[in-house]
Structure formats: structure tokens, C-alpha cells
Design a protein around this ligand. Structure first.
Ligand code: SF4
Ligand code: SF4
Length: 182
């Protein structure tokens, strides 16, 4: 994540950076935080290294308390979850909202590699009742991509097997969105 955006994101106003506006008017009041579960309907959020450190600083918890590493191939960690959803989802709210990970800020969008090896932005249409209109969301997407900054390569390359088969629409390649979205 770009340091400027990261710093801004971790303020009260910055808490809204991401899909806040989309989720604030969630047509089904379907709180995704209660639906995340390892191997469940929505996979638990991915955590980049600086996000793990920020959560540790803010909560005083050890990384192992709220997250787990699932592969020795990289240092990516994943949020722990339970029957009630995300580890930090309590009483209908996110306990770390101003510093929630970029994976949460992007959802229901995601970045992955297509069959040509290009990074593409997708939207999980079956998991979110919002009506996805590719043209409408391309501009929105350019802002969301700023959140990832240089982390986008890591983020796009890490596979989340539980999400691979979920129905989705492709909004466009990251290169196209970055060129056309400003
Ligand atoms: S991602 Fe979609 S389903 Fe989930 S809270 Fe946001 S608008 Fe609602
Ligand atoms: S970190 Fe917060 S926003 Fe992300 S899934 Fe957990 S409760 Fe929801």
C-alpha cells in the first residue's frame, strides 16, 4: 500500500476508504464479516505484513491470536475466524474498522491473475446483492486500486482456493483500469 494512502486510511475519515459507500447502503443488510470463515462462504481476509503489525500495535494481541500462516511459500497470514465470522467481528461491528485490512476494504472486489497472466479486477456477484455494472465500477475501481499500491503484485499472486470457483464478473485488467480510471 502506498504510504500516504496507508496513513490516510488509518484515520477516522480514512476508515471510509474502500467499499464503505457500497456497503453502507447494502441492499440486503448482509454483513459479510459474519459470513467469513476458513473454507466457508467467504474466505477469511488475507493480511499483508504491515497490516499484521498495525493490528498488533493497535490491539496488543500477538499475530497468532488473530491470524494464521497457511503456507511456507510466502509470509501471508489469514485472519482467524469462528462460527460468528471474523475474529474481530463483535456485536455486529468490526473491532478494528479504521485499520481493517485492504482485503476487507476491497470486498466484494478482488484481484487475481487471468489465464494470460494479467492482473484483473473482479467482483463476486453471487456473494453481494449489489448490481454490478462494469462501466460504473471501473472508475470506483481505480480508487480502490490506490489502496493496494505496490502491494498489488503480492495481493494478486496469492491464491485463495476457497474463492476460485465463486461466480464473478471481470471488471477489467488492472493496467486498463489504471489508465482509464483517472
Ligand atoms: S460487500 Fe456487498 S453484501 Fe457485503 S456488506 Fe458490502 S454491499 Fe453488502
Ligand atoms: S477485519 Fe473487520 S471488516 Fe474485516 S472481516 Fe473482520 S470484522 Fe469484517
Amino acid at each position: 500500500m502506498d504510504v500516504r494512502i496507508r496513513t490516510e486510511a488509518q484515520t477516522r475519515e480514512g476508515a471510509k476508504i474502500g467499499t464503505f459507500d457500497l456497503c453502507a447502503r447494502c441492499p440486503s443488510h448482509s454483513n459479510c464479516c459474519s459470513r467469513v470463515r476458513h473454507g466457508g462462504e467467504i474466505e477469511s481476509p488475507l493480511l499483508l505484513g504491515h497490516e499484521v503489525r498495525a493490528i498488533q500495535r493497535e490491539t496488543g494481541k500477538s499475530a497468532n491470536a488473530f491470524s494464521e500462516q497457511r503456507s511456507r511459500a510466502n509470509s501471508i497470514r489469514w485472519m482467524r475466524t469462528g462460527d460468528g465470522g471474523c475474529y474481530f467481528f463483535r456485536n455486529g461491528k468490526c473491532g478494528i474498522y479504521p485499520i481493517r485490512p485492504v482485503d476487507c476494504r476491497l470486498f466484494p472486489y478482488d484481484v487475481r491473475k487471468n489465464e494470460k497472466g494479467q492482473l484483473v479486477l473482479i467482483a463476486y456477484t453471487s456473494l453481494c446483492p449489489e448490481t454490478f455494472d462494469a462501466a460504473r465500477y471501473r472508475a470506483h475501481a481505480a480508487t480502490l486500486l490506490d489502496l493496494l499500491g505496490d502491494d498489488i503484485l503480492t495481493y494478486g499472486q496469492v491464491r485463495t482456493p476457497g474463492m476460485d470457483a465463486k461466480p464473478h464478473v471481470t471488471i477489467g485488467t488492472i493496467d486498463e483500469i489504471r489508465k482509464g480510471g483517472r
